[in-house]
Write a protein that binds this ligand. Sequence first.
Ligand code: GLY
Ligand code: MN
Ligand code: MN
Length: 430
Amino acid sequence: MFAERRQRFLDAIGPGVAVFPAAPVVIRNNDVEHEYRQDSDMQYLSGFEEPESVLVLSNRHPKHRSVLFVRPRDPDREVWDGPRAGVDGAVRDFGVDAAFPIAELDQRLPEYLEDVPRLHYRLMEDAAFDAHVFGAIQRIRGRKRSPARPPSEIVDPTVVLHEMRLHKSADELRIMRRAIEVSRDAHLAAMRVALPGAYEYEVEAEILRVFRAGGSERPAYGSIVGSGPNATVLHYRKNDRRLADGDLLLIDAGCELEFYASDITRTFPVNGRFSDPQKALYEVVLESQLEAIAMTRPGVTLDAIHERVVRVITAGLLRLGLLEGDIEEAIRTEAYKPYYMHRTSHWLGMDVHDVGSYFAGAKPRPLEADVVLTIEPGIYISPSASVDAKWRGIGIRIEDDVRVTTDGAEVMSHDVPKTVADVEAALKNR
Ligand code: GLY
Ligand code: MN
Ligand code: MN
């Protein structure tokens, strides 16, 4: 899978060389590091999960199409940090043509850049690593008595690579389905424990338990477990409030599995039954989401999907008396924005907000088969909004993971309860 991707990437870039560094290790505090996660581009092309590594791809070098620079084996260090692939393991297990110790990068990189017209390297992503690349160019320039020339162009490899990542292969979709299944189980488990009196963090802990028990390495993003008014905070993270009878609970949580993200949101009443105002708003969000899914197919744009959601939500807010006046005017003046302030969709893949351009030239790009996106409308009424008290502090989002098929859409997260009846049924007999 990784070798095939490397080949496809090299075929697409034409004569040149590409350099992809691993994600840097980041200190959390003092001598404690943040949990390490490989850079998604590096992972996509190599499957090599270790830090302090670099992948070089070339279709100009006489012998090496792919090279890994890695940490060498080191019995003393491995006692502390666990086994490393090392130079031999990199070649044996990761299918590259050659591997070298990372300490030899500066000395060896010029060999791969000499007389190559184009270097594919993403500048400014990792400024510390930029210095190694510039240093290699400087070294070649400095060899005045050698005819070798450094690359005359540096181009961004992600223009090609992120197009590849946007379109999901059958293997990638298989992994994403498994990630979504684990997240589904976590949402179902959360519904079981989210009773009045429980704390948001207890619900979060249950979600994380199911993620790990399902084989997920980590959440794909910080889990949002927002009850009552906390559901109106879009990036709520504290997760420390006690659930009260009468609250809605908004859970936005998705696991990462084998480096692929899932991203699911459900909102439900902790006492098992929606109140009338909660239900009225929920039905508006649900209608907008179902309409958005129904129109998702190749050729449609995310802007068009968002516009449909805005129209359904605005109509609902007018119907319920949260907005007044003419619908066209309300849409034109963005009167809905205090209650629906985010976009409807993003790409989903190795990154939760996945890579891939949202434009074709200057225009919104039409959807194509086998891209995966979220559809996640919501309504959020601030506790301090100047509206009838019955609406205040209600926050609702419904988010599914959707694959574009050749003639429509597949809701990959379809079996997490979503209609009022299904949600209430799932909350019975807890
Ligand atoms: N959980 C991040 C998002 O929904 O975009
Ligand atoms: Mn989400
Ligand atoms: Mn999302």
